[in-house]
Structure formats: structure tokens, C-alpha cells
Design a protein around this ligand. Structure first.
Ligand SMILES: NC(=O)c1ccc[n+]([C@@H]2O[C@H](COP(=O)([O-])OP(=O)(O)OC[C@H]3O[C@@H](n4cnc5c(N)ncnc54)[C@H](OP(=O)(O)O)[C@@H]3O)[C@@H](O)[C@H]2O)c1
Length: 326
């Protein structure tokens, strides 16, 4: 079995690569990356010697035609402009997947952002709801899904919500803020979110690509059973660090003002890409809960991790990586 894995230097891809290597099920794992040195450093930090099973290639290298399984995790989450978002998330996806044989089992990570928030008055967004993406990122993921449906209809397309766990760079600011005396929460009311622990997602992906009956709903919402609130997320991050602060709820107009400033100041854009005016549109809805019952019925492998244990593992990794004090 020969696995093509993109995004191996990113959060999900790195966790997937470690699990795929540990499984010993793939004779070769091919990882097209922009920066092979980065991947080498990451594996060395994890104490993993990948051996001959891993073949690292350059991002633009042609993809060989004898791949049997593919998981596409590469993606641009915080591009500076709409064109980059579409180039990476749509054009590069189709370019990478086009040479794969029809028999290859392909799984592509889209995002909950392609569908948009939960429709007003509802508990959860379902597959029957009209897609209403709010950002360039969400629009590009939806465009990717539509191109895949036309050009690579066999591909399984999954829409994860917030993914949490070790090796994520995106949650470091959450822990840094939760460690301090004052924590900021956008909006005056709690917001509800679906989420999934990266280990649960990775196990389900490896199960799905090796399981012949795996395309049941496409695209498919992918989430743990219990949604969380933003207040709970911040409080749990603080609790795993033993931090005791106060949470201050900021009204949305303040967030809008901050995002306009972030857009206008390039170093702020680089430092807080989730606060640009485009990305901030996803901050305002109060419910990002999706119906993932099909996923849980058919793909869950073992019990789902809880929030506290997931954030504790994430925190421990940041400490080990020297990004947070022990
Ligand atoms: N994290 C979440 O909460 C979440 C939620 C829903 C869906 N998703 C989706 O899940 C997938 C994995 O997300 P992630 O959190 O692992 O993202 P990530 O940590 O940002 O990793 C993204 C990966 O894509 C690569 N990449 C980014 N821009 C690229 C470009 N222009 N050309 C080539 N490669 C590029 C990165 O390479 P470099 O290391 O070289 O930058 C990295 O390997 C993405 O498709 C994302 O949309 C993530």
C-alpha cells in the first residue's frame, strides 16, 4: 500500500504521518511538502526515524500514478488574499489528485467553514442545509468540494469543525491568553462549537481509507458527540495549566474595530491572521454546531477523547516544544 499524504508539516498531517508510520501498514508514504527540512526537524523532535518507508518530495513534483491511498491535508487556512486561498485550496488540490489512479482511495479534508454556521434557530447544521460560507477560506473549500464532485467523484470529502490536540500551532494563543489574569472572549453570550480531537480524527481517517464502504455521505460532517462553548474552551485551557484569571466578554463592535486595525497593520496581520476582517466574519455567529451522526455511526474508532484530556495533551506538547513554560 502506497500512501500519498499532503500537509505533513502541518497540524493534522503531522499527526497522521506519525500514526501511519507507527501502523506499519504502508510500504511507502509519499509526502509532498514545501520545506523538506522542516519535516526532518519535526520528525527528529518527535524522536521518530521514519526509515525507508517515507519519501519526502517537493510540493510541485509530479505525483506518481501508482499511489493506492491518498489523504489531502494541505490547505491554506489564513491566506492574505482570496486568490491565494483558491489557488492552494482548489487548484493545487485538483492538480495533486488528478494523476492518481481511479482505484486509489482518496480522502480530502475540507472544513465546516465550507457550509457555514448553524442556521438560526437550529441545534445543528445538517447535510441538507444550504451552504453559506462566510470567508474566502470557506468559499474556497466549497469550490474545492464542487470541483471534486465533478472531476474526482470517488473522493471522500470530510468537513471537520475545530480540531484540537498536540502539534497545533493555532491554539498556542489560546493557552497564552488563558495563562494570564485576563482572558478575552468575543461576544457577550457563549458561542457553541462542534470540535474533534486530532487523535480521533486521525484514527477515523486511517480506518476510512482502508475500509471499502466508506463513502456514505459526501461531504460529511465530522465531529465528537458533545459541542463545547468558547467560555468552556478558555476555562478548560486555564484549568489544565492551573491558571486562575477572569474572562472578559468583548462586544462584537470592538472585535470589528480590532479586525480593521489588524488588516491595516501588516505585522498584526502576520501575528493574528484569525483576526483579519475576512476571517473575523466567522467569529460573530453564535452557533457552529454540525450534525456528524453519519460519521460517528460509521467511522468512529473507539470512544471520543474529552476536552480536558485533549487540552492537557496539547499543553504538554507545547511545554515539551519549549513554546509554553512548564
Ligand atoms: N485545524 C483545524 O481546526 C481545521 C478545522 C477544519 C478543517 N481543517 C482542514 O484540515 C486540513 C489540515 O489543517 P491543519 O490544521 O493541519 O493546517 P496547518 O497546520 O496550517 O497545515 C497546513 C499544511 O498545508 C501546507 N500548506 C499551506 N499553504 C500551502 C501552500 N501555499 N502550498 C503548499 N502547502 C501549503 C502547510 O505547509 P507548511 O508547513 O509549509 O506551511 C502545512 O503542511 C486543512 O485542509 C484545513 O483546511 C482544519
Amino acid at each position: 500500500m502506497k500512501l500519498l499524504l499532503t500537509g505533513a508539516t502541518g497540524f493534522v498531517g503531522q499527526n497522521l504521518l506519525l500514526a501511519a508510520l507507527a501502523s506499519g501498514r504502508f510500504t511507502e508514504i509519499l509526502t509532498p511538502v514545501r520545506d523538506p527540512e522542516k519535516l526532518t526537524r519535526q520528525l527528529a523532535f518527535e524522536g521518530v526515524n521514519p526509515g525507508p518507508a517515507l519519501r519526502v518530495t517537493a510540493w510541485q513534483d509530479p505525483v506518481p500514478g501508482d499511489v493506492t491511498h491518498a489523504v489531502h491535508c494541505a490547505g491554506s487556512l489564513f491566506a492574505r488574499d482570496r486568490a491565494t486561498c483558491f489557488r492552494v485550496n482548489v487548484d493545487d488540490t485538483l492538480r495533486l489528485l488528478a494523476p492518481l489512479p481511479a482505484a486509489a482511495r482518496v480522502l480530502v479534508l475540507s472544513s465546516q467553514s465550507a457550509g457555514g454556521p448553524t442556521p438560526p434557530g437550529r441545534e445543528a447544521r445538517t447535510a441538507a442545509d444550504l451552504d453559506t460560507p462566510l470567508t474566502w477560506y470557506g468559499e474556497s473549500k466549497l469550490a474545492m468540494e464542487q470541483r471534486l464532485a465533478a472531476e474526482r467523484p470517488d473522493a471522500m470529502v470530510w468537513r471537520p469543525p475545530m480540531i484540537l490536540g498536540p502539534r497545533d500551532r493555532a491554539t498556542l494563543p489560546l493557552f497564552q491568553m488563558a495563562a494570564g489574569p485576563l482572558r478575552i472572549k468575543p461576544g457577550l453570550r457563549p458561542k457553541a462549537y462542534s470540535w474533534i480531537a486530532v487523535d480521533d480524527l486521525v484514527r477515523a481517517i486511517l480506518h476510512a481509507i482502508q475500509n471499502p464502504k466508506s463513502k456514505i455521505e459526501n461531504p460529511m460532517g465530522v465531529a465528537a458527540p458533545e459541542p463545547i462553548t468558547d467560555t468552556e474552551l478558555i476555562a478548560t485551557a486555564a484549568a489544565v495549566m492551573g491558571a486562575r484569571g477572569r474572562t472578559l466578554a468583548l462586544p462584537h463592535p470592538v472585535i470589528r474595530l480590532v479586525s480593521a486595525v489588524v488588516d491595516a497593520v501588516p505585522p498584526l496581520r502576520e501575528g493574528t491572521p484569525s483576526l483579519t476582517r475576512d476571517r473575523a466574519r466567522e467569529i460573530f455567529p453564535e452557533r457552529w454546531v454540525l450534525d456528524a451522526s453519519v460519521f460517528r455511526e460509521h467511522f468512529a474508532v473507539g470512544p471520543f477523547a474529552g476536552l480536558s484530556e485533549t487540552l492537557a495533551a496539547t499543553h504538554a506538547w507545547y511545554v515539551r516544544a519549549g513554546q509554553l513554560p512548564g
